[in-house]
Design a protein. Structure first.
Length: 152
């Protein structure tokens, strides 16, 4: 193949790897190959032979992969930070503001912090307004709670 062709092959490969990384956000698997292909593109435009371009691609990709993997592992291990999503409410306390009834058709309301949630009890019991509660689970858009103390 002509050296001119390799320039465009590396450029397309670099763009493909970077777009692939964006599409698979959070994996950091294709990004090192995109970096390697980008550097190989620069080497190709500088007029190096195909063997030097390939050598550059392999070495830079391996180095970038080795540099990025610890970051990817750390991000995978982290999970959701505290305070993100509805699971942040598990263990929080609140108060019943509309009676919780054992009737599944009539869901009560609790206030947890500044938020109001539809709620039900974990044991399908009745909790009157004013009862202090603790959130034991979040199921979709409703909180499952248990009583902490009787109403004042």
């Amino acid at each position: 193949m002509e050296p001119e062709v390799w320039r465009w092959i590396w450029l397309v490969a670099s763009a493909t790897f970077v777009v692939g990384e964006i599409a698979m956000a959070g994996t950091f698997f294709l990004l090192p190959f995109g970096v390697g292909a980008a550097i190989a593109t620069v080497v190709a435009f500088a007029g190096a032979t195909a063997s030097w371009q390939w050598l550059t691609f392999v070495i830079v990709s391996a180095a970038a992969f080795a540099a990025v993997r610890p970051l990817a592992r750390r991000l995978d291990r982290g999970g959701n930070p505290i305070g993100v999503g509805s699971s942040r409410l598990i263990g929080e306390t609140g108060v019943v503001i509309a009676d919780l009834s054992p009737d599944p058709e009539q869901m009560g309301i609790v206030r947890i912090g500044r938020e109001e949630w539809h709620a039900e009890t974990a044991d399908d019991g009745h909790l009157p307004s004013g009862t202090r509660i603790e959130v034991v689970q979040i199921e979709g858009t409703r909180a499952v709670v248990k009583a902490v103390s009787e109403p004042d």
